[in-house]
Design a protein around this ligand. Structure first.
Ligand code: IPE
Ligand code: IPE
Ligand code: MG
Length: 252
């Protein structure tokens, strides 16, 4: 049976997030500059978005550029921004054809003005699409997100819209950039690194983590299927015992 056939489509994660890593090492393996790896990573973005949409995943979130990535050599940062701009503009038609809505989270104000402009244009051009939401995390980090949420909360309290007693998890969630999105149930990281690198720390509280050695530019539909099959073999207990979970499943 193919990997795709092994997927139970009635038990799909609603939200998959991916830390796309390994472009630089992929380029090095090919005797090329790091930017060559980033360019080839675009195919993997296309493949994973297409595979996720075809399966019926509601949300796919891709970590494309972290707050910390601004510290890379200027030449690489510029090339990444240029590639981002080019990709956004090239993909609008495909996104619309596939009924995919584009979204972005992160400190978008820190992006070059031209990137921000075209990004917002693409988000607007795809806003009525309903099949899947593709979110790009750009100039994003979880700690940045939490700090801006804390500022918004302080502001609300000062304005009298909220009291400290009213603060609960729902209230915090509403202040995060992912407001309105379900938490990712599956988080994938490519390239054999076993870390989170400041990504969605609040939202992945109960996500299943999947690490693969595959370098991002080599990531294809089959790799996404493999991650989902693995996910579907996990027992998600949310603090309960295995017996409690099995009993509930038996009753269904
Ligand atoms: C991921 O690949 C892309 C970004 C972080 C922008 P890397 O560029 O981190 O590739 P490696 O980890 O150096 O191989
Ligand atoms: C994480 O990858 C950020 C993105 C995938 C955009 P990095 O390659 O920047 O992470 P570290 O520095 O190895 O943790
Ligand atoms: Mg890396």
């Amino acid at each position: 049976m193919s990997l795709k056939d092994q997927i139970n489509t009635s038990q799909l994660p609603k939200h998959i997030a991916i830390i796309m890593d390994g472009n630089g090492r992929w380029a090095k393996q090919h005797g090329q500059h790091r930017v060559f790896g980033h360019r080839n990573g675009v195919t993997a973005v296309r493949e994973s978005a297409e595979a996720a949409a075809e399966l019926g995943i509601d949300y796919l979130t891709l970590y494309a550029f972290s707050t910390e990535n601004w510290n890379r050599p200027r030449m690489e940062v510029n090339a990444l921004m240029q590639l981002l701009l080019q990709t956004i503009n090239n993909e609008i038609t495909t996104l619309n054809k596939n009924n995919i809505r584009l979204n972005a989270i992160g400190d978008l104000d820190s992006l070059p003005a031209v990137n921000r402009k075209h990004l917002l244009k693409a988000i607007d051009a795809t806003r009525n699409n309903t099949r899947m939401t593709l979110t790009l995390a750009l100039s994003y980090s979880s700690r940045w997100e939490i700090v801006q949420a804390a500022k918004k909360l302080a502001d609300k309290i000062i304005r009298g819209e909220c009291t400290p007693e009213m603060v609960d998890q729902q209230c915090i969630e509403g202040l995060l950039t992912t407001d309105g999105m379900p938490d990712p149930e599956l988080l994938i990281r490519t390239s054999g690194e076993f870390r989170i690198s400041n990504f969605m720390l609040w939202q992945i509280a109960y996500a299943e983590l999947y690490f693969t050695q595959t370098l991002w530019p080599d990531f294809r539909k089959e790799d996404l299927y493999a991650a989902i099959v693995d996910f579907q073999h996990r027992e998600r207990r949310f603090g309960k015992t295995s017996e409690q979970i099995t009993k509930v499943n038996d009753q269904q």
